[in-house]
Design a protein around this ligand. Structure first.
Ligand code: HEC
Length: 302
């Protein structure tokens, strides 16, 4: 009884916590939907287990009462009470249809090898039905997957899922422009905080090859209008992300987040036209932005 009381008070307590979660918005742990989901599910499982326990107990009581009545009736009628086999014994008998030891002679085969005899036992029905079932299933499977092609095979299923996921990504991107940054959505940011972050990244990891002022050393000059791979934000972003194979310019896509790559790309474009002393000679072609593109170098200088 004490245990039940404890469980009930625990339930009441969690109800109290739920009630609280409704009117506190300042970062209570109940705001986490996953936690709420687990707690609710856990609560429901506990309730379900309790209901099942009570139901089993009632069933036991009813069985006991039925047995008691049957015994009394048998006594009244003056016959001996024979207990019915339980459901477990009945199920076992159905599944195995075994021949009881007393009747074993009926299935004894008439050969004997050095006194070793053999029983002609049948296969257990559960096994036989599983076997027949697998044959039937095999036929259905073959027809459905290979004859009528009405159900998708693994490759098809895979392709459908990939297409579905791609569609979801496309929708997500359409709904949150700029949130998923890649070469298609990258922008030349003019946000001062983002550019400051870009500058920090540049000075920390890019300056060793491109110089702090972008004048170029192992890597090319990034301050002139000549680019080997193009000077649009999209092209710069792609080079930063994927690198240039067989050169010292490695891919930074694994080390830097898309946002950081957008920041550093935007920052290095602010160095356009700064003409630092002893800069490297131009490499590549003169880059002229298309009219639709943001003008490089025309961003906030920091
Ligand atoms: C280990 C040296 C090294 C480091 C570090 C380095 N780069 Fe480079 N970078 C190069 C070289 C070399 C090239 C020229 C590649 C080629 O020949 O195409 C290059 C090319 C580039 C280009 C293309 C230039 C053009 O003319 O098209 C950009 C943009 C660039 N780097 C940005 C960055 C940024 C941003 C970082 C830091 C995240 C960085 N690099 C770090 C060596 C480096």
């Amino acid at each position: 009884m004490k245990k039940i009381k404890a469980i009930f008070s625990l339930m009441l307590f969690s109800f109290g916590a739920f009630a609280q979660s409704g009117n506190t918005n300042n970062g209570s742990i109940w705001d986490d939907p996953i936690l709420l989901f687990y707690v609710t599910t856990g609560f429901m499982v506990v309730v379900a287990l309790l209901v099942i326990a009570v139901a089993l107990y009632m069933l036991q009581v009813m069985r006991y009462m039925a047995k008691d009545t049957a015994m009394k009736q048998a006594k009244k009628a003056g016959v001996e009470y024979v207990e019915q086999p339980g459901w477990w014994a009945q199920l076992n008998q159905k599944l195995y249809r075994y021949v009881p030891i007393e009747k074993e002679e009926t299935i004894l085969m008439d050969h004997s090898y050095d006194g070793i005899r053999e029983l002609d036992n049948h296969l257990p029905p559960w096994w036989k039905w599983l076997f027949y079932g697998s044959i039937v299933w095999g036929v259905i499977y073959f027809i459905a997957y290979h004859v009528t092609d009405s159900l998708p095979l693994q490759t098809e299923e895979y392709n459908t899922e990939v297409a579905l996921a791609e569609e979801q990504v496309r929708k997500l991107r359409a709904a949150n422009p700029g949130e998923v940054i890649d070469e298609n959505t990258v922008i030349l940011t003019t946000d001062a905080t983002a550019l400051a972050d870009g500058k920090e990244v540049f000075n920390n990891i890019c300056a060793s090859c491109h110089r702090m002022d972008g004048g170029g050393d192992i890597g090319p000059n990034l301050t002139d209008s000549y680019w080997i791979h193009g000077g649009s934000i999209k092209e710069v972003f792609l080079i930063v992300k994927n690198g240039v194979p067989n050169t010292n310019m490695v891919a930074w896509g694994g080390a830097l987040s898309p946002e950081k790559m957008q920041n550093v790309s935007s920052y290095l474009l602010t160095l356009q036209g700064t003409n630092p002393p002893n800069a490297k000679a131009p490499e590549g072609d003169l880059y002229e932005p298309k009219p639709s593109e943001p003008v490089v170098g025309d961003t906030v200088k920091i």
